[in-house]
Design a protein around this ligand. Structure first.
Ligand code: 15L
Length: 263
């Protein structure tokens, strides 16, 4: 059992992880109200360095989920996602927390294209939005703190983390809530140090992202979006997986969404 701080605990992924990591001692932080529970609950803005440093005291690891979770105004992305991530890493360093898990996103590499085989987790950043830029920057900050201070930083390039897949693309990109729990558990327990990026994706039959980097840290996904395929595709012709841009570019529709406009 580990003492874990989760930032952004009131968000959808935070709520999924709260129950799945309940065997750890949890401290939950968010600027929005967190449902009451037995955990140590803190209310703070993610750029509030004093509150963050205080929240880091005595914890073994931080799961940093807080942030704007889609495209938005540059000012918000800059303050909440980029300054917020730096604040979390800096607070961790100051408090001596050596393990940080960062909720990155497939949109850090959204303009990468699906090739013949599964895309490795270390592909070059090719953000598709300001949001994607913030996630690429989050990964760069993670590398900086791992290289400079010897911290263990894992960036999770999360696909589509929802209770169920809901369109053709998510049949490939789905990360089930239970696999999300398994993935974070692996990052909390792996003996491997340093920085690494890992795809946050389930064992989907139509997956186009590699599970190899995940396997190295002990992430073994169990769920497969394919069991929902009939339901998701019902009433529509099978999409063309080799030409439809949403199914070829990693970031799907984000690659064509207007910059700086909330989705
Ligand atoms: C993300 O990064 C978002 O947080 C989520 O809302 C989805 O849009 C997801 O990517 C996705 O690509 O499906």
């Amino acid at each position: 059992m580990t003492h874990v701080l989760i930032t952004g605990a009131a968000g959808s992924v935070g709520r999924m992880l709260r129950t799945r990591l309940a065997h750890h001692t949890l401290r939950l932080l968010d600027v929005a109200p967190v449902e009451d529970g037995p955990e140590d609950i803190r209310t703070a803005d993610i750029a509030d360095m004093d509150a963050l440093t205080d929240a880091c005291a005595g914890v073994d690891a931080i799961v940093h989920l807080a942030g704007v979770s889609s495209e938005g105004r540059w000012e918000d992305i800059l303050r909440i996602n980029i300054d917020g991530t730096r604040a979390v890493l800096e607070a961790a360093r100051t408090a001596g927390v050596s393990r940080v898990i960062l909720a990155s996103s497939n949109h850090a590499v959204g303009f990468q294209e699906r090739g013949e085989g599964d895309l490795p987790a270390d592909v070059e950043a090719r953000p598709d939005t300001y949001y994607g830029v913030s996630k690429a920057t989050m990964e760069a900050l993670g590398k900086l703190y791992a290289d400079r201070f010897g911290m263990t930083v894992t960036a999770l390039r999360i696909g589509s983390c929802f209770p169920e897949p809901f369109n053709a693309r998510s049949l490939a990109t789905w990360l089930s809530p239970d696999d999300c729990g398994r993935l974070v558990e692996a990052t909390l327990t792996t003996p491997l140090g340093g920085y690494r990026a890992v795809w946050g994706v389930s064992a989907n039959t139509r997956r186009w992202w590699s599970l190899e980097a995940g396997k190295e840290i002990g992430y073994h996904p169990v769920d497969d979006a394919e069991v929902y395929a009939e339901k998701v595709l019902s009433g529509q012709p099978e999409p063309d997986w080799s030409t439809e841009l949403d199914l070829v570019q990693v970031g799907g529709g984000f690659c064509r969404a207007p910059l700086g406009v909330s989705m």
